[in-house]
Design a protein around this ligand. Structure first.
Ligand SMILES: C[S@@+](CC[C@H](N)C(=O)[O-])C[C@H]1O[C@@H](n2cnc3c(N)ncnc32)[C@H](O)[C@@H]1O
Length: 297
């Protein structure tokens, strides 16, 4: 696993700036969030505490609240502005019910998935939709395992390496800097889950294609979403008009039926809390990739 780690301040600032307009462009996030909620409905759970990790503006928090009305909801995000938005959105979905004495409790905590501000064994369900791609998988899964109760469930989506491959190719024609973030593949994700001690991990991938009229429209959406380029080798300072023009021209090679596609490889995963780590004599954890289960469609 060699991908570099994103700069946390940059991620927090970028998503913080995006908080107000994020919902206008979060098309993929809504689709994967719905799919994750559908998958969750196949599991019988009566969670006392549900964590929406990387909650963003809180759309899924409200849906989780509806599904588990007796659960206390925890929202964690690295961007405080996202949490503020999530809080406003949640109280709006609650309407007048929020004034009742037995209204659903929700707590908003600024924090990093790699260092969660939560006690050990304190959560029954961790739901993380398109947030973990901003984290080191080993550190974030270890933290999730730490806070999950032994019979607790983790359900998540993250992005795989084929994500935005068209944009990556188009940028390669303009300069030698990395302009698209690198993503871990499903095997790395699975290994990190096993190493963390999460039990019975199941993973699969799905591809989504969003379509745009122009490459500029795609790049604008990514900016509004807060999905910045956080590669440390990224070009500093402003990118020139000429380079952007070159990207736009190069992206045209992908045009199909009058639209430009933007591919997203989405990794879906779930696992249970509480498996003991398998350590060898050196204290090293080794899990064969063959032990990682795949979901067949
Ligand atoms: C693409 S948004 C997804 C938001 C939400 N889960 C949804 O489905 O709309 C990613 C979110 O993860 C948050 N995030 C990024 N890195 C994080 C980290 N290390 N710890 C906690 N949250 C993080 C961002 O601030 C942002 O709100």
């Amino acid at each position: 696993m060699t991908n570099e780690l994103p700069n946390k301040d940059l991620v927090a600032r970028s998503f913080g700036r995006a908080a107000a307009q994020y919902d206008d462009v979060a098309v993929l996030q809504r689709q994967t969030g719905d799919e994750l909620l559908d998958r969750l409905s196949l599991v019988t759970l009566q969670p006392k505490r549900v964590l929406d990790l990387g909650v963003g503006t809180g759309r899924n928090l409200a849906l989780l609240g509806k599904r588990y009305p007796n659960a206390e909801l925890l929202a964690v995000d690295i961007a405080p502005e996202m949490l503020k938005q999530a809080k406003v959105n949640f109280s709006q979905t609650q309407g007048l019910k929020r004034w009742l004495p037995n209204s659903q409790k929700s707590m908003y905590l600024a924090g990093d998935a790699e260092n969660l501000p939560l006690a050990d064994n304190s959560v029954d369900l961790v739901f993380a939709n398109l947030a973990l791609q901003w984290c080191d998988p080993r550190m974030s899964f270890a933290e999730i395992q730490r806070v999950l109760r032994p019979d607790g469930l983790l359900m998540f989506t993250t992005l795989g390496p084929d994500t935005l491959h068209e944009l990556r190719t188009a940028w390669a024609s303009a300069d030698d800097y990395p302009h698209v973030n690198m993503f871990y593949d499903m095997h790395d994700v699975g290994e990190a889950m096993m190493e963390a001690g999460l039990a019975e991990p199941v993973l699969d991938t799905d591809r989504y294609t969003l379509t745009y009229d122009t490459a500029m429209a795609l790049m604008k959406d990514l900016k509004v979403l807060g999905a910045r380029n956080v590669n440390s080798a990224r070009r500093r300072g402003l990118t020139g008009k000429k380079a952007i023009q070159k990207v736009a021209e190069s992206y045209e090679q992908f045009r199909q039926d009058s639209f430009l596609p933007a591919t997203y490889e989405v990794v879906y995963g779930h696992a249970w809390g509480g498996q003991l780590k398998q350590q060898n004599h050196d204290g090293e954890v080794r899990i064969p990739v063959s032990q990682i289960q795949r979901r067949t469609k």
